[in-house]
Design a protein around this ligand. Structure first.
Ligand code: SF4
Length: 220
């Protein structure tokens, strides 16, 4: 509740006007930022406004559009969003399904993406969305001892009632993006530093381990 008070405007930061747009935006957001996705999607949806239009698209043209707009993994992402649109048309009448089981059968849609759509578009998440911010903050706040997203989701699900799951994720993401940074968390200016078990020593809590340096090829 204290965090919620600090971020009363917490919400999903992917721009969208429909469940379809949210689903596509969330798939595109893998390994990139919401800011870049929000730059790409207006162009994408101007050309392909719904599942039927995107289902009929040439994946090569969609890929070229994503690439031109600076999106990484553009080939795979184009394939996924065209593929999921075809599935939506063929199996769901062009509409986004409302269950986790159906959503995770769509190309490029995992549990996290499915729960973003269920929570934000339909207000009925079947689990807590655990992204990198939720993972790090849950560890820093002492809500989990795990660094595995599946276990963290179970721990948060046991601690919080289902009605709070959607807003819990948005609130943690807001706090993680604005105050509790992975590197150099701003504990001095944090409104919950009197109750946070990691306050002023959080730098190494919940950080991803550094990537192993690439080995240089031996000279021939
Ligand atoms: S006190 Fe520090 S570690 Fe704890 S939530 Fe605030 S910024 Fe994060």
């Amino acid at each position: 509740m204290r965090l919620r008070t600090l971020h009363p405007d917490a919400h999903c930061e992917l721009d969208h006007r429909s469940p379809f747009e949210l689903l596509v935006a969330t798939v595109l957001s893998a390994q990139t930022t919401d800011v870049l996705v929000n730059k790409v999607t207006p162009h994408l949806f101007a050309s392909y406004p719904d599942a039927r239009a995107l289902a009929g698209a040439d994946p090569g043209e969609v890929s070229a559009l994503l690439r031109r707009l600076g999106m990484g993994m553009f080939n795979q992402k184009a394939k996924n969003i065209v593929g999921l649109s075809r599935d939506l048309v063929e199996r769901h009448g062009g509409e986004v399904p409302r269950t986790l089981d159906e959503l995770v059968r769509l190309p490029g849609v995992g549990r996290k993406t499915a729960n973003v759509v269920l929570g934000v578009a339909f207000g009925a998440p079947e689990g807590v969305v655990v992204d990198t911010h939720v993972q790090r903050l849950s560890q820093r706040l002492g809500w989990t001892r795990s660094d595995k997203p599946e276990q963290i989701e179970r721990d948060l699900g046991a601690l919080f009632p289902r009605r709070d799951w959607d807003m819990l994720s948005h609130t943690l993401v807001f706090h993680g993006r604005r105050i509790c940074f992975a590197k150099k968390p701003a504990c001095g200016g944090c409104g919950i530093n009197d109750v946070c078990p990691s306050a002023f020593r959080a730098e190494n809590v919940g950080r991803k381990p550094p990537r192993a340096p690439r080995r240089r090829a031996a000279p021939t």
